[in-house]
Design a protein around this ligand. Structure first.
Ligand SMILES: CCCCCCCCCC/C=C\CCCCCCC/C=C/C(=O)SCCNC(=O)CCNC(=O)[C@H](O)C(C)(C)COP(=O)(O)OP(=O)(O)OC[C@H]1O[C@@H](n2cnc3c(N)ncnc32)[C@H](O)[C@@H]1OP(=O)(O)O
Ligand SMILES: Cc1cc2nc3c(=O)[nH]c(=O)nc-3n(C[C@H](O)[C@H](O)[C@H](O)COP(=O)(O)OP(=O)(O)OC[C@H]3O[C@@H](n4cnc5c(N)ncnc54)[C@H](O)[C@@H]3O)c2cc1C
Length: 616
């Protein structure tokens, strides 16, 4: 199919090599080539062809995705794929923006076995689980409790005579609920999205399991019922930590898809007139459209950068823990908590902005933006609700203030809290990314000190830390967000500095995106900068001008920047986001193919006929 002339023209501009940026995003040219190979292994294999999942009922969708997920597993086994990133490539190429039915087996059943099973148990369960000889799920949440783990009611009473645990969900609120991939007892019913996953309920009534079913790498129960505590009790939370550490990159992936669709479509879509008689411009030429999408384009790159960094950091900490060193577990937990919370929340807002920036066609499943949205938003609740996780980060920051007062060294990711910040010169409209980072770190430091003063005062008055925290939860959450933004910006600036050395042309365009991210973040909280006397009105006016100027620099690069995400059309599965931009012809073809247009109109006639018989 010929290329849409608008997109053809967009691809003749640009100042950087798209392929080199794709290699950077993938982690190197070899990784890109391997990803292409794996995608083609899926796209050329007829077993992965099937009905357009956007036209399927929930039952049909579950069945089709289960069929494809099994094919994904067979393909990874056939190709001897062990690497989770490579497995995810095959999975994403097959799932058409859905979450597959066996995802929880991989991310929430196999992972804890790997983390907490002893060698015997690994032989018994981990090896068959990795081969899908046993399929598992993660049944923690109950009808009455999800966030408050210490409030869970399920019981596991030890029967010393039989060396067994007797499992019970003693009350209705104790019923295990939301259990992804729980094909045993029952499905909890239709959901907002996640239609590919059968989230189930599980009632336990005197279910007996052997003593050695308790994963014993950390804590264990001896034959006489004595409980041997893990060296560090927090390791039992490790499986949640692992998924949280992975979710920032999942958020970046989903936002990158949405931005690719919205920016390509915004170049194809012509609407209204700027100068009468001069034809309808591309909607991406409107400043308002750029203001919707370019900060999100910058955000997708920022989130990808920090998502890769978080996974590397978490993997290092897990290796240290395997050698018995727990000193970075707390920092790992609060970084994963803050990044998972902020990135997934801002991503779901971003996908929605991408959807309505495409007008009516964004609302059609032909765009796939609604599909990406409803499957993504779960990540702001699942695996730790946003506020819950931000409070974890906030409590850690309050401890950092005390550490500072006591002269205790801080963890690297919060070292900036011990720095002094000053800004004397007036900002013009070309503030560099390092100055923007300093400003964002300054705000986080000031906010942390401000919130800590309130919590301390409350603690002095009540002597109860939980009460003190509970009274200031709103500003504690904002404090955690401010810190997390400092972590994101720091990761982005650090990566761009590195790329400026290795590939100046790519680095330059990324530094523009980094400035857009930083300026947008500062303008979103301009009141704080005035209140803390870090910025004046003239500074804010100047960086507002800078933002609009940056949009003009990014405009000719925008399509190339989303092309660099390198989503194959069959992976993106969006008519608005097609690489060739042939939207209208394919929208019409897609609509005509809808089963709804094929079904017998008998129903329509039957009921309308009643009206005709009535005396209207
Ligand atoms: C071949 C096929 C290949 C397929 C490949 C798959 C590819 C997948 C691609 C991705 C596609 C789609 C993505 C979807 C995947 C995601 C699906 C998600 C499904 C959802 C699952 C779930 O939701 S499971 C249930 C999750 N539940 C929660 O998160 C509960 C939240 N609540 C809590 O964590 C705790 O209650 C809370 C932390 C809030 C409170 O803990 P508590 O003990 O009550 O009290 P505290 O004082 O706060 O904490 C005590 C101390 O422990 C520290 N701490 C707390 N949590 C942790 C942790 N996780 N790690 C380490 N430390 C922790 C805390 O800091 C305290 O420490 P202190 O020093 O004592 O202060
Ligand atoms: C798509 C999806 C898949 C899931 N898959 C699984 C799974 O496979 N296995 C599993 O075990 N669970 C699963 N879950 C459950 C998930 O882990 C919980 O929904 C999540 O932990 C939130 O807990 P909750 O539902 O009890 O919400 P609640 O904690 O009841 O939250 C309700 C509101 O109360 C607020 N709140 C609660 N506590 C506090 C507090 N201390 N301070 C301030 N505000 C508070 C929250 O911020 C929120 O606004 C899944 C959920 C979803 C949506």
């Amino acid at each position: 199919m010929p290329m849409n002339p608008d997109l053809e023209k967009e691809r003749q501009g640009g100042t950087f090599d798209v392929e080199q940026l794709t290699h950077i995003l993938d982690g190197g040219r070899d990784k890109t080539l391997k990803r292409h190979f794996l995608e083609q292994e899926v796209l050329k294999d007829p077993v992965f062809r099937g009905p357009d999942t956007r036209f399927l009922s929930r039952e049909e969708l579950f069945g089709e995705l289960l069929r494809k997920h099994v094919a994904v597993i067979k393909k990874t086994q056939e190709l001897s794929i062990d690497d989770i990133n490579e497995a995810s490539t095959i999975y994403s190429a097959a799932m058409n923006n859905n979450v597959g039915p066996l995802t929880l087996h991989s991310v929430a059943f196999v992972a804890p076995l790997d983390l907490m099973a002893d060698d015997e148990q690994k032989k018994k369960w981990l090896i068959p689980a990795k081969k899908y000889e046993i399929i598992g799920c993660y049944a923690q949440t109950e009808l009455g409790h999800g966030s408050f783990i210490r409030g869970l009611e399920t019981r596991a009473d030890y029967d010393v005579n039989t060396q067994q645990f007797v499992l019970n969900t003693p009350t209705e609120t104790a019923i295990k609920w939301w259990v992804g991939g729980c094909v045993a007892v029952g499905d909890i019913g239709p959901k907002f999205g996640f239609g590919g996953v059968d989230n189930g309920y599980l009632c336990l009534n005197n279910v007996r399991i052997p003593r050695d079913n308790l994963l014993a790498k950390t804590g264990k129960v001896l034959e006489d019922g004595t409980y041997v505590k893990p060296e560090n009790p927090k390791v039992v939370y490790g499986s949640m930590l692992g998924i949280r550490a992975a979710l920032p990159k999942v958020g970046a992936y989903n936002l990158s898809k949405a931005v690719t669709i919205a920016i390509r479509y915004s170049c194809v879509r012509h609407q209204s007139e700027i100068k009468p008689g001069c034809g309808e411009p591309q909607v991406l030429d409107y400043q308002t459209q750029q203001h919707k999408l370019f900060p999100l384009l910058a955000t997708a790159y920022a989130f990808h950068t920090v998502g890769v960094w978080m996974l590397d950091f978490h993997s290092t900490v897990m290796n240290e823990i395997n050698e018995g060193h727990y000193h970075r577990l707390a920092e790992d937990h609060v970084l994963a908590a803050g990044l998972k919370a902020v990135i997934n929340w801002k991503t779901h807002e971003g996908i929605e902005i991408c959807r309505f920036s495409c007008g009516g066609h964004g609302y059609s499943l032909a765009s796939s933006l609604p599909v990406i949205y409803v499957n993504h938003v779960a990540n702001s609740t699942a695996e730790g609700e946003t506020v819950i996780l931000l409070l974890q980060t906030a409590v850690y920051l309050m401890k950092c203030v005390i550490d500072l007062e006591q002269g205790t060294p801080l963890d690297p990711s919060v070292a900036y809290l011990d720095q002094s910040f000053s800004k004397s010169e007036q900002w013009c409209s070309d503030v560099d990314m390092h100055s923007l980072l300093k400003a964002i770190q300054f705000r986080s430091k000031k906010f942390t000190e401000y919130v800590s003063s309130f919590v301390k005062k409350e603690l002095m008055a009540t002597g109860n830390q939980q009460l003190a925290f509970n009274k200031h939860k709103v500003i504690l959450v904002e404090c955690a967000k401010a810190h997390t933004e400092a972590v994101i910006m720091n990761a982005f600036v650090t990566k761009v500095d590195e790329i400026l050395q290795s590939n100046p042309s790519v680095g330059k365009v990324l530094s523009l995106l980094c400035q857009i991210y930083g300026v947008t973040e500062i303008l979103a909280h301009s009141g704080d900068y005035i209140q803390y006397e870090y910025l004046r009105k003239i500074d804010l006016d100047n960086i507002q001008d800078q933002l609009f100027k940056l949009y003009t620099y990014i405009r000719p690069e925008a399509v190339l920047l989303v092309d660099a995400f390198d989503f194959h059309d069959e992976v993106l599965k969006s008519i608005l986001g097609r690489y060739d931009g042939q939207v209208y012809e394919n929208m019409f073809k897609w609509a005509k193919a809808s089963p709804f247009n094929k079904q017998d109109q008998g129903t329509f006639r039957k009921y309308i006929q009643q009206l005709k018989q009535a005396k209207l």
